[in-house]
Design a binder for this molecule. Sequence first.
Ligand code: ARG
Length: 411
Amino acid sequence: MTSVALAFSGGLDTTVCVPLLKEEYEYDEVVAVTVDVGQPDAEFAEATETADALGLDIHIIDATEAFAELCLDSVRANATYQGYPLGTALARPVIAEAILEVAEEEDCDAIAHGCTGKGNDQLRFETVWRGSGLDVVAPVRELGLTREWEVEYAAERDLPVEAGNEGEWSIDTNLWSRSVEGGDLEDPSHVPSEEIYDWTSAPDGGEDLVDITFEDGYPVALNGAPIDPVTLIEELNALAGAHGVGRTDMLEDRMLGLKVRENYEHPAATVLLTAHEGLEQFVFTKAEREFKPQIDQQWAEAAYKGLVDAPLVTALEGYLDACQSKVNGTVTVKLQGGQVRPVARESEYGVYSESAASFNTETVGGIEQSDATGVAKYHGFQERLANQVTEAAEDVDGDVEKPELSTDGGQ
Ligand code: ARG
């Protein structure tokens, strides 16, 4: 007897995969696996009902904690890809690992997903699965299925796909973000209706102040009270979503090179990323602030590709550990009018001396205001000289005097 573990959501793609895996691929048994990374409860009800109707054995695996921890790792790296906080991308390796565990426990011969050959998720899943020794099967991609074909096939076979299951848009929701694509959004010139939003409301006139406390770059308390990662993200999604914070409407360059129009909602991610960067501004030197975006960008790029376990990422984490050990303190952010911005920062590690920066003090650590005169004289020296030299060199009439400090006849 042969069996295949299927990444199962109960949606159209994964539902049509079930008979296809049996008939086209000749597996005797399909083991459905749904992984909880913070989807709405209705999605589990849908997956369970559909699995029951198909006579499938369904495993629901709770991976919310592992996923929330990875989301908070991404905050240390200020991680966004082209402006998107990576919700779908970060969830995929967590989901893939959980499914692989079930496949191994259940002694499956193969592991399957319902992704198309156009998106990123096929690559993110398979990089985790390939190397496990199990066969990897992708019916939608391998059989070249289209949405239209799937709808017809489901109707013919009387598969349990409710009309309500497949609305106009394709939506992917987890703890970190809600992504909406397809339908009328495929036209980049189309202005989305308010209907596409579920987590964020159009901003009203109100405002809220929220304190986020960080330790080693990880958010650990909300308004002074210690909080676990999952609850923190849930609470901030609700709080900031009510102020319309965390909407992104973008054109995204997928791994295969396709440019797609994506809409995202990610209130908690926006708040945490903003607060974290607000604290880094305070505790980092200028050189550190200029360098870290290179680390951050590489981290985010790897995460987008589903490669959070890459050796490069492990090495980047080494830098993050080193620099985040001083990202300790509390940032107050203001949620207002669809925006979040830091409005107060407190940290023992702030590279900041009020007396040095103040207009009201003369000397700082033995340095007088007048000591800046020498610096001011030198400042821009090379630029001034370069402009003078050029002007003299390009002067055909010979009435521009050569600068005193030119290179020819130098001393
Ligand atoms: N484009 C995003 C990514 O690759 C998210 C896609 C989510 N899928 C969806 N059906 N809305 O990370």
